[in-house]
Design a protein. Structure first.
Length: 367
């Protein structure tokens, strides 16, 4: 199986210049081949393949712009393939039309391929050998074994550099268990299980909101483009990075605990894109990160031989009595946290009852 390992790297000044050149060249090739493909269709109604775009880059662009030869050739090829992938998504998945990349973008990255030992990792000395960069200092916080396929080098808005090493490796799935669990995703509590356990919502943005507001006000008073402006912009980027890392760390701990203890995991298939259209809840929904939690559960289930099921979005899990199946439409009101079934007199916690119904519905689908 393929598995990616992300590490932070510390390039020296020369390596930073080479990285900046590569980021710029990849962006340039992406934009040029996108324009070439667009013009070919608009003028001649001709469809251009990624091979044609690659030939255009090698035969014309590299002759016209000699500096394209100074960077890793695989990085340029992968930039063309990324452009082609965006084009295919536009036609097949009805995604937006590919956009030209801006040089002012805060996120920069490129991907290179492993061939003839051009990429090596020295775990003892803490170095990684990359094409055109030679040996770069790296923080290897965990080891991996297997064959390296590709490496993606990226620069985040805070100015830090990272490498993501894609490795073909063997993964031993977890031992099978008899555990089964239903998950009701919420705002007050991030996740409520059918066992009655509640994982609290850490409200990460709320913790850093005052600091972010103060930094953004200070940025507004700086002269755009000045050194102090850039310093303040970096502080804001670091604050956003801290929020994202804190949130993701918490979600990884929850998802790993759920996967380790249960063989069958059932949750709702929430339409989050539609839910954030409610401007009163958009900020809270974005902060709670339901999508990221379900994404982690999905790929960890595949890795570890677990069965992850998503039930229909419109299944009335909160309104149904788990004991007798009676449907109480009054529970549509979110203010109702506890209710008693008028048919069988069972008292329910709204969220735990919903989680139990979600599990029952998921098991019904499997059978």
């Amino acid at each position: 199986m393929l598995k990616a390992y992300r590490y932070r790297i510390y390039p020296n000044k020369e390596q930073e210049i080479q990285l900046a050149k590569t980021f710029g060249c990849c962006r340039f090739v992406y934009n040029q081949t996108l324009a070439y493909r667009k013009d070919a269709y608009e003028k001649e109604k001709k469809s251009v393949s990624k091979t044609d775009c690659n030939n255009y880059c090698n035969r014309e662009l590299k002759k016209a712009y000699e500096w394209l030869k100074e960077v890793d050739k695989f990085a340029l090829t992968n930039a063309i393939y990324n452009m082609d992938s965006a084009y295919q998504k536009f036609f097949k998945e009805h995604a937006g039309y590919p956009k030209f990349k801006s040089k002012h973008s805060n996120r920069k990255s490129y991907t290179t391929n492993f061939t003839n030992g051009n990429i090596t990792v020295d775990f003892d000395r803490g170095r990684i050998k990359l094409p055109k960069l030679k040996r770069v200092k790296i923080k290897l916080h965990r080891k991996f074994s297997g064959r390296i396929k590709t490496v993606t080098i990226s620069k985040v808005p805070s100015g830090k550099y990272y490498v993501s090493v894609l490795v073909e490796t063997e993964h031993s799935p977890l031992v099978k268990t008899n555990g089964q669990i239903g998950l009701d995703l919420g705002i007050k509590d991030l996740c409520i299980t059918s066992d009655g356990k509640k994982y609290e919502n850490p409200k990460t943005i709320k913790k850093y909101e005052k600091k972010l507001t103060r930094l953004q006000r200070q940025l507004a008073n700086k002269t755009k483009g000045s050194r102090n402006y850039q310093k303040k912009r970096k502080q804001i980027a670091l604050c956003h990075e801290k929020i994202a890392n804190t949130r993701k760390d918490y979600l990884h701990k929850i998802s790993s605990e759920i996967i380790n203890e249960n063989q069958v995991i059932v949750s709702e298939n929430l339409q989050i894109k539609n839910m954030v259209k409610n401007h009163n809840l958009a900020k809270t929904i974005s902060d709670v990160s339901w999508y990221e939690l379900t994404r982690q559960l999905e790929y960890k289930s595949k890795w570890n031989g677990r069965n992850y099921i998503k039930i229909d979005t419109f299944y009335a899990s909160s309104q149904l009595c788990f004991s007798c199946g009676y449907k109480n439409t009054n529970v549509k009101d979110l203010k109702v946290r506890d209710w008693m079934c008028p048919f069988c007199n069972t008292k329910h916690d709204r969220d735990i009852n919903a989680a139990k119904n979600i599990l029952a519905e998921g098991l019904r689908q499997v059978v």
